[in-house]
Write a protein that binds this ligand. Sequence first.
Ligand code: SF4
Ligand code: FES
Length: 409
Amino acid sequence: MTAPSPASSVATGPPPQGAPEAGAAPEKSPAVGPPLWLLLELTYRCPLHCVFCYNPTDMPRTGAELGTAEWLRVLREARAAGAVQLGLSGGEPLVREDLEELVREAHGLGFYINLITSGVGLTEARIATLKAAGLDHIQLSFQDSTRQMNDFLSSTRTFELKSQVAGLIRAHGYPMVLNVVLHRLNIDHVGEILRMAERMGAQYVELANTQYYGWAWLNRAQLLPTREQLQRAEAVTQAFRERVGARMKIYFVVPDYFETRPKACMNGLGSVFLAVAPDGTAMPCHAARMLPGLNLPSVRTASIRNIWYDSPAFNRFRGEGWMKEPCRSCPERGRDFGGCRCQAYLLTGDPDNADPVCELSPHHGQVVAAVAASAAAAAATGGGTERPLIFRDHRVSIDITAGPAGGGA
Ligand code: SF4
Ligand code: FES
């Protein structure tokens, strides 16, 4: 599944009808605002096998999926706690047969609802029912502009089907929103990807460079683009923007390995974002399962309000008390909150460290080395990969042990 953009997608999008004012925080813990952005990962089941998926690499070891009544309760509790934006993702949320029921309830509660989907399973009948139930927005993912690469990267034959789904989305009056995850193997096709989006009548295109968690972390050496690729892709995107003007809005999310300051991931953990995994584990970011010692609460045993305001896991990274140097005394700590906790953990083994993307981090050399290794690998293989890619797969999951190098998101 495509990762929600940690820096950009929280608390954005049209306001939901009947939503409370963002400042109308519940009475408890007045210093902490409400969980405005709720992401429900309804299932880890997915017909695709994407190499860049952010889902945990140990999926089979997570608990059973929540049932319909439990998800309905989560929706009600989250809305009562002030949530307004709802993302429905997975895995592939369309494999849940109760999706329409969940959407109907969420709409009645006043959520603005975004379905994040590969399109597999979105038939004419289902899109009509989802529309009638109150679904506001559909974000459709593609892997590439060509059938060959799209189908290779997802290890499925889905290119034609996705193209048909794009037509259905348009026909049912939704804005056409495409998401394409970029990496070394497809970033040189950005021009064709944008032309494909134009042919499909896309109004919004997110070119989201891979975020390296979960399966993408396992494949980082094969997926990280080179700096030259990135610069070319940005130039192509900019020229395309100038040609199409306001007809198409294009977001190009740069891989933060090429930056010198980190993203303000999730706007700070426990600030606005609350994700619930298929087994009911509540997380302050979609990848937080990997963080050591967090003792993540479950919606099976605690209310959303209790989880958000009172659980140690959601309070762990609030404020600045947890920060180490150089963040603790850095004038930029109020802007980026020290970057991404998950990236800090994956790259340094300590989630309290500065995100190594920051050039002030003593671990920044790891990011520089990863970029250099990518350039060397790309040169040695003519833009390909030295090692085989690891495709998201249930059986492969079972063979992968948990931990910083393999446990993933
Ligand atoms: Fe941000 Fe920490 Fe780097 Fe300062 S030292 S810019 S707070 S990551
Ligand atoms: Fe950035 Fe978890 S993904 S904090």
